[in-house]
Design a binder for this molecule. Structure first.
Ligand SMILES: Nc1nc2c(ncn2[C@@H]2O[C@H](COP(=O)(O)OP(=O)(O)OP(=O)(O)O)[C@@H](O)[C@H]2O)c(=O)[nH]1
Ligand SMILES: [Mg+2]
Length: 688
């Protein structure tokens, strides 16, 4: 069996050098022929105009390339992810379909907050990692300090495979502790590796680290322990490789390498490490899914003979090719022209083309097989997180968790002429980015756009302007309130009009107040006796109340719930019509609801903050300041996890405030929990 594919992601904090490193990986593997730089805006990965202008990665694509080691050719699919938390969905969906990651560290900044976040995200997905300590040429670069932080902040056990020769301006090369050689890159593009003996002044340090490497492997790998303890056996490079592979794949150890992507040093050994230590898809445990009909758990082998299953992790709308569904194939194989099933929609469709993404071009391929990452055309309704499978055996794979939006603004096109295309553009944008939510405000009719942060919304609106030529006006972030009645009253509403011909007549007596069962919506009880109101009018009365509660008497916001008991009334044999009773209900509501002591309700968000011990005081004080209530404080992998309920109104700007308060050492996620009473002192300022 061949193990020749690697699906890897590049993850880290903003600016650690992920895109710079990816560019080098593509260059040395021969996929591109000129090295681009982020600062010159000419990298292969950051090719979107906003990525170039802002110097950051916004969206991630999978690029396929090849690397040869010891006569074996490996296919490597690489996803360069964004470091900014606002684009967290890109990281999440990439990690969902990848088998391993390279965590990039800036040698002078160390383990930065978003690196902690994405590291633990990768842990959650159970994928193997390699650390690359980048920017060894930068002022303040300190390989050993970063190593220490990997232990303390990430709770990982680093397996040091290389140590640097010099640092900052004097960063010359690296010492390979396995080969016991010094490696240098002298030419501008770093293409030729010059192998030399370890310099004299580094010999004792190199020895020390080599012993540490052996001891760590022996401690964590039983097979290696036996070899290590047996004085008869000479330890070969092969034995070391295999032990590293086992410990890396079991995730007990994390191999650590170093270099400078920008200065083109240390990248080829990283490529060797990727193919030597990280798992191939067919080395991983079998895939677990669910039978779409019976809900039974299904296990699929990760080979081509197995029934086909795959997960759409991204949808891209290409100017020329239309909709592309990026697919990770887990089992079986597909050919262009095959009919497959979208398990969510239960619809079959024909794959028109299978593509492999190669830097700035795409390559049409005939088949895609287990372990591959490909793009498909011809899939109309595919969404991020959809499972595709063979028609005969529908298999539902675990979907992709989309982080909930946290910020919301009203938007409208600046000119009326753009009204029509506006809706279509929003639909397209949402298809590509499922962390955006577009809704219509029922009361105001405004279009509301929600996303993961201010930068996320800014980039989205800029994209609408740049790609679709629509200028947008945006409002301030806002909250939707609701109302509730707190006391019960009795009321009689009589409608009696005589205007020439036939008149209008309706007479109802009812009780109105809060529901006792805490349910949402209208509870309508009909206690009419003796047919004083004909049965045919009852639904109209109920309808009248239901409509009336859409506009509360306190603030115009809808009522969350209400109970009506219809007690008595009368009918006029000629004048009464269904509509008259509907109107009487509406008028009656408006007349009496004000006396039922209505109160305002506000959305409460369930908030989870991950941070470190040091910031416990700061984080809890801040939650209190926001009228929040802490529901629990837990500890996981050395990080504090605060669960709290915080009113939506005081969550605006939360992410950036929290970043400032904790020097970026916290991550936050939130979702709508329930509606609760707004305290009087605040309600008074909201109701004018
Ligand atoms: N000195 C030095 N600078 C580097 C190195 N690698 C990257 N840089 C610089 O660091 C900056 C950020 O690099 P990127 O590659 O865009 O970082 P990134 O991790 O992709 O950033 P995001 O996509 O925004 O998360 C750029 O100015 C790079 O030129 C390095 O090895 N040494
Ligand atoms: Mg980048």
């Amino acid at each position: 069996m061949k193990y020749n594919t690697r699906n890897i992601g590049i993850i880290a904090h903003v600016d650690a050098g992920k895109t710079t490193l990816t560019e080098r990986l593509l260059y040395y593997t021969g996929m591109i022929h000129k090295i681009g730089n982020v600062d010159d805006g000419n990298t292969t990965m950051d090719k979107d105009i906003q990525e170039k202008n802002r110097g950051i990665t916004i969206s991630s694509a999978a690029i396929s390339t090849q690397w040869k080691k010891d006569q074996n050719v490996f296919n490597i699919n690489i996803i360069d992810t964004p470091g900014h938390i606002d684009f967290a969905v890109e990281v999440e969906r990439s990690l969902r379909v990848l088998d391993s990651v390279i965590a990039v560290f800036c040698a002078s900044s160390g383990v930065q907050p978003q690196t902690e976040n994405v590291w633990f995200q990768a842990e959650k997905h159970g994928i193997s990692k390699i650390c690359f300590i980048n920017k060894m040429d930068r002022i303040g670069a300190d390989f050993f300090a970063v190593l220490n932080e990997i232990k303390t902040k990430l709770n990982a056990i680093p397996l040091v495979l290389q140590i640097p020769i010099g640092s900052e301006d004097n960063f010359e090369g690296i010492i390979d502790l396995i080969k016991q050689k010094a490696l240098y890159w002298m030419d501008e593009n770093g293409e030729t590796i010059i192998e030399k003996e370890i310099p004299k002044n580094y010999q004792s340090e190199a020895n020390e680290w080599r012993i540490k490497l052996m001891e760590t492997l022996a401690e964590f790998d039983e097979t290696f322990f036996e070899i290590f303890m047996d004085s008869e056996t000479k330890i070969s490079e092969e034995m070391i490789f295999e032990a590293i592979q086992r410990t890396c794949q079991s995730r007990s150890l994390v191999p650590v390498l170093c270099g400078s992507a920008f200065k083109n040093k240390g990248v080829q050994p990283l490529l060797d490490a990727i193919v030597s230590y990280l798992p191939a898809p067919n080395q991983l445990p079998s895939i677990k899914g669910k039978d779409a009909k019976t809900e039974e758990t299904i296990e699929l082998e990760r080979n081509e003979e197995e029934t086909f299953s795959g997960l759409v992790f991204k949808v891209v709308i290409d100017k020329h090719m239309g909709k592309l569904a990026m697919l990770r194939i887990y089992s079986g194989k597909i050919n262009s022209g095959d009919n497959v099933l979208n398990v969510r929609t239960a619809e079959n469709f024909r794959i028109s083309r299978i593509l492999q993404m190669q830097s700035d071009k795409t390559l049409t391929i005939e088949e895609g097989k287990a372990g591959d990452i490909v793009a498909l055309t011809g899939i109309k309704d595919a969404k991020t997180g959809d499972s595709l499978s063979s028609i005969k055996r529908p298999v539902l794979l675990e979907s992709i968790t989309i982080p909930a939006p946290v910020i919301r603004v009203s938007i409208e096109p600046k000119t009326n002429a753009d009204e029509k295309s506006f809706g279509l553009v929003l639909a397209k944008i949402q298809e590509e980015d499922p962390s955006l939510v577009v809704e219509r405000d029922k009361q105001t009719g405004e279009t509301l756009l929600s996303g993961l942060g201010e930068l996320h919304l800014e980039v989205t609106l800029e994209k609408i302007r740049l790609t679709h030529g629509i200028e947008i006006n945006q409002g301030k972030p806002k909250v939707s309130y609701r109302e509730i009645l707190t006391e019960t009253r009795r009321h009689r509403e009589k409608l009696s009009k005589q205007n020439g011909g036939s008149g209008q007549f309706a007479d109802i007596t009812f009780e109105i107040g809060p529901r006792e069962d805490n349910e949402i919506g209208l509870k309508f009880i009909n206690q009419i006796k003796g047919g004083v109101i004909s049965n045919e009018f009852i639904p109209s009365i109920e309808k009248g109340f239901r409509e009336a509660m859409e506009n509360g008497t306190l603030s115009g916001n809808p009522l969350e719930s209400m109970k009506i008991t219809l007690l008595d009334g009368s009918t006029h044999s000629e004048d009464s019509k269904a509509y008259d009773f509907e109107m009487a209900a509406r008028d009656g509501f408006r007349a009496i609801a004000k006396s039922c002591k209505p109160k305002l309700l506000e959305p409460i968000m369930q908030v989870e903050i991950q941070s470190i011990e040091e910031y416990t005081g700061v984080v809890t004080a801040d939650i209190n300041k926001r009228r929040g209530i802490i529901t629990s404080i837990d500890e996981k992998s050395g990080r504090k996890i605060f669960a709290a309920e915080v009113p939506l109104a005081s969550t605006f700007g939360y992410i950036s405030d929290l970043r400032t308060l904790t020097s970026g050492r916290a991550s936050i996620s939130m979702k709508l929990s329930h509606y609760a009473l707004v305290p009087d002192f605040i309600a008074n300022t909201l109701i004018t």
